[in-house]
Design a protein around this ligand. Structure first.
Ligand code: AMP
Ligand code: ZN
Length: 113
């Protein structure tokens, strides 16, 4: 998708602070961190949100979670972390390209606001 911010980041057209990259997934630091550790894991392929996950693209979603587990271990997040995916405007999604926030390094409240 030409106009998509995260497609541009995935293509390297917009710089990001990369933590992990392979042929199908990228992890990079959030530009406006909401916790001491806050990064985003995205499929390089454009999938609009959790609502657009299908049997045809769900393998990449599973791979995103493998990357999340591996980065959490690598970064020593043994006290816990939260994974969030906002789906749709009212849930707070501002970038319409599927992404998983990984937040850690502070106590979290529940339910989220
Ligand atoms: P959401 O609001 O759930 O769609 O999440 C989008 C996230 O992308 C927000 O947490 C933003 O701070 C983050 N963000 C927006 N632009 C950039 C960028 N250029 N580099 C890194 N993170 C970004
Ligand atoms: Zn995109």
């Amino acid at each position: 998708m030409d106009s998509c911010l995260f497609c541009k980041i995935a293509a390297g057209e917009i710089p990001s602070q990369k933590l992990y990259e392979d042929e199908s997934v990228l992890a990079f630091r959030d530009i406006d961190p909401q916790a001491p550790v806050h990064f985003l894991v995205i499929p390089k392929q454009h999938i609009e949100s959790c609502a657009a996950v299908t049997p045809g693209n769900s393998a990449i979603v599973a791979h995103c979670f493998e990357v999340i587990a591996s980065l959490a271990a690598e970064q020593g997040l043994k006290d816990g972390f939260r994974v969030v995916s906002n789906c749709g405007e009212s849930a707070g999604q501002t970038v319409p390209h599927l992404h998983f926030h990984l937040l850690s390094g502070r106590d979290m409240t529940w339910p989220p606001g």
